[in-house]
Design a protein around this ligand. Sequence first.
Ligand code: F6P
Length: 376
Amino acid sequence: MYPFKQCNLLPIHEISNWGCIIVRQQTFFCVTRFCLYQFSFISTAFNTFERNHKMNRVTVFTSGGDAPGMSACLRAVVKTALLHNLEVFGIVRDYSGMVLGNFIPFDFNTVSNIIQRGRTILKSACCEEFRTVKGRAKAAAQLKKFNTDEVVAIGGDGTFTGAQIFAKEHGIPYIGCPGTIDNDLFGTDYTIGHDKSLNIVIEAVDKIRDTADVHDRLFFVEVMVRDAGFIEQRSGIAVGADSVLIPETETLVESLIKRLEVERSHQKTRFMVIVAEGDCGGGVYEVARKVKEKYNHYETKVTELGHIQRGGSASAADRVLAGMLGKAAVEALLEGEMNQMAGVINRKLVFANFEKAIKHHRKINKDLLNLAESLA
Ligand code: F6P
């Protein structure tokens, strides 16, 4: 039995087995839709877009915080679509480009020489207008004007939240590819950009260690990841941090000090504490201040890594993941799938519906947390 079924994830090679279920569901939806028309209860959601089973044109966009590998994913989407003889359009600047009709055509040349790029060539932008019913109606009208049949969205939870609402209101078939350094989406073991960001943190902390070592200092390094501790947890193990403070666990300054004291009794003279951006201890400066107040054996320094974690060319792991998910997204749309996020679990391609992907944040792995502590 597949573990996916318990959490409603669909391995890609099982899509055909699910065909009969999908057909039954579609029949049910057709009957329901017909009745709604008859009784004039139809909402704009149903008459704006008809699902075009013969897909001709796919539109792709990147959204939310940029993540290394988004361009590689875009390339995979475009190439796969072109190889299936589909027309491909890209939306420049996220949902705001959708509202304004900022669409560009893609061909093999436009995605040439982008696989290594960190940033997304389609850019990304916040769009207040898309948060409104009116704004989303404008976006739907633009998609219709461009004869868009289906959409691939590359982004994080904010992107898929928007996609879910939009798809419900206007019936537009979407498939999502998880592109965020945070790795916080349910339905995939890894998100595109996470690996590179993790490696940036490791490289940065290794550099900071040189100074910590020479000057016998206690460093607090803030790692950027809003409300999830995945980068911190794994980088903590990889750099042999003395402590890792993440949003998922309570930050107790007393126990941190005890820990530092034990290390000091082992003749250790430099310390590295990784603090998540969203840690509940009041932020890296506050934690450092509280520790310093009670424990002043060492000079204390704070480094915030910030957006350095999102830059640079994509790592090998991110590029491979981006390729797999980008291709899978287009193929899933061709199979008639919609409103799901492509992901990889236990090295297998799976799909999770948007609702699950955004609502059920991935749980932190307690074994990894213990490992970080025991190897500190
Ligand atoms: O979600 C990605 C992320 O980089 C988070 O890790 C971080 O908290 C946030 O985006 C920063 O957003 P912005 O680029 O808008 O400052």
